[in-house]
Design a protein around this ligand. Structure first.
Ligand SMILES: *Cc1c(COP(=O)(O)O)cnc(C)c1O
Length: 364
């Protein structure tokens, strides 16, 4: 059997090859490549999918995050509650604005532990950043109650949770702004960099559209010092194609996850849990093993590629040495980093490949 790589983005292209090709040619022939009808249509279709009345396409997920905090007026002197167990970009969205991240440890579902947020709130706290990690919604019932109680802004990092709902409501629609990445490997992936912010406030959406385009509300008139962070027509068009299939795509990943959950019986491997009411779209299928390195090497020797999401928690990254944290400050996130292994889970994965992964793991 050929090596099973940790991801196969080409398979996701071939699933809808003709549709992607037709759209790409349509955009090329249109003669209009930045901020046109594809972006406008995608923003409408995506906000209607998430259930918000506003959407602003931007250049990537990190831009969605930092521009979101900028639009909400959060900056120097402000504190933002963030999960200690996340991809570093979540935290950069806060620190690019000069605000201070205040880390909260994860629960057994890898998401921010809602019961540990309140003790971290001070008079400087302005917002909570929730990350719906690996595709599973965080505990939004408790978190929305807390942000109301303390009158805080809520920002959601939905880079891994396209289509995941909590209690029937889509992630991205709970807070002031929901931030999405459409990096090619995400559940809704483009063929290059792309991102979006969604919100239920049309005035805020308007400000976002001005900010992403040099702060310009009409050509050559600049209202604020903005960014060049536009979603381009090609990515928007290709995203529209994939968005039409998002429900079947999320089902496909759920099917793979179910096979793993039922098939993997090795006691050395801790399988992911699913919290009640928390929808899961399985961006990653993350298991834990106390022998992370040996397990990954073993899988590699048997033709199975894996990744670690993520090997170094943000508070221990060199980039954040200025925050003054040390090993041992967030022991749960640090423990997860030493144990997590992401198994292959991608669109177009064959039954044979899934079975091979399960069989190999069960004899480890
Ligand atoms: C991918 C990702 C981002 C960043 O998205 P980009 O489009 O790569 O900038 C942010 N947060 C999380 C949780 C991610 O997985």
């Amino acid at each position: 059997m050929k090596k099973i790589m940790s991801n196969r983005m080409d398979r996701g292209f071939y699933q809808y090859e003709k549709e992607f090709e037709n759209k790409a040619l349509e955009v090329l022939h249109s003669g209009w490549y930045i901020l046109g009808k594809e972006v406008e249509a995608f923003e409408k279709e995506f906000s209607s999918y998430i259930g918000t009345n506003g959407c602003v396409g931007v250049a990537c997920g990190l831009d969605a995050l930092w521009i979101a905090f900028r639009l909400l007026g959060i900056g120097s002197g402000d504190e933002v509650i963030v999960p200690s167990n996340t991809y570093v970009a979540s935290v950069m969205g806060v620190t690019i604005n000069g605000a201070t991240p205040v880390f909260v440890e994860p629960d057994e579902y890898y998401n921010i532990d809602a019961d540990k947020i309140e003790e971290k709130i001070t008079e400087r706290t302005k917002a909570v950043l929730v990350v719906h990690l690996y595709g599973q919604a965080a505990d939004m019932g408790k978190i929305t109650k807390l942000v109301h109680k303390y009158n805080l802004k809520l920002v959601e990092d939905c880079a891994q949770s396209h289509g995941a709902a909590w209690n029937g409501q889509m992630t991205g629609s709970f807070g002031s702004i929901g931030c999405f990445s459409f990096y090619p490997s995400k559940n809704l992936g483009a063929f290059g960099d792309a991102g979006a912010m969604v919100m239920n406030d049309q005035a805020l959406a308007e400000e976002g559209k001005i900010f992403r385009n040099y702060g310009s509300d009409r050509r050559y008139y600049n209202k604020v010092v903005g960014a060049n962070s536009r979603l381009d027509e090609m990515q928007a068009g290709l995203l529209r194609v994939r968005l039409q299939h998002i429900n079947e795509l999320n089902k496909e990943k759920e099917q793979i996850a179910r096979c793993y959950l039922e098939g993997i019986t090795n006691e050395k491997i801790i399988l992911p849990g699913i919290r009640k009411d928390c929808g899961h779209v399985w961006h990653q299928f993350v298991v834990r093993c106390s022998e992370q390195e040996r397990f990954m090497k073993y899988l590699d020797d048997h033709g199975i590629g894996t990744l670690i999401h993520y090997p170094i928690p943000p508070h221990l990254q060199k980039a954040y040495s200025y925050l003054g944290y040390h090993e041992g400050d967030f022991p749960i996130a640090e423990q997860y980093a030493k144990e997590v292994v992401s198994l292959p889970i991608y669109y177009g994965m064959t039954e044979e490949e899934i079975a091979h992964v399960i069989n190999v793991i069960n004899v480890f």
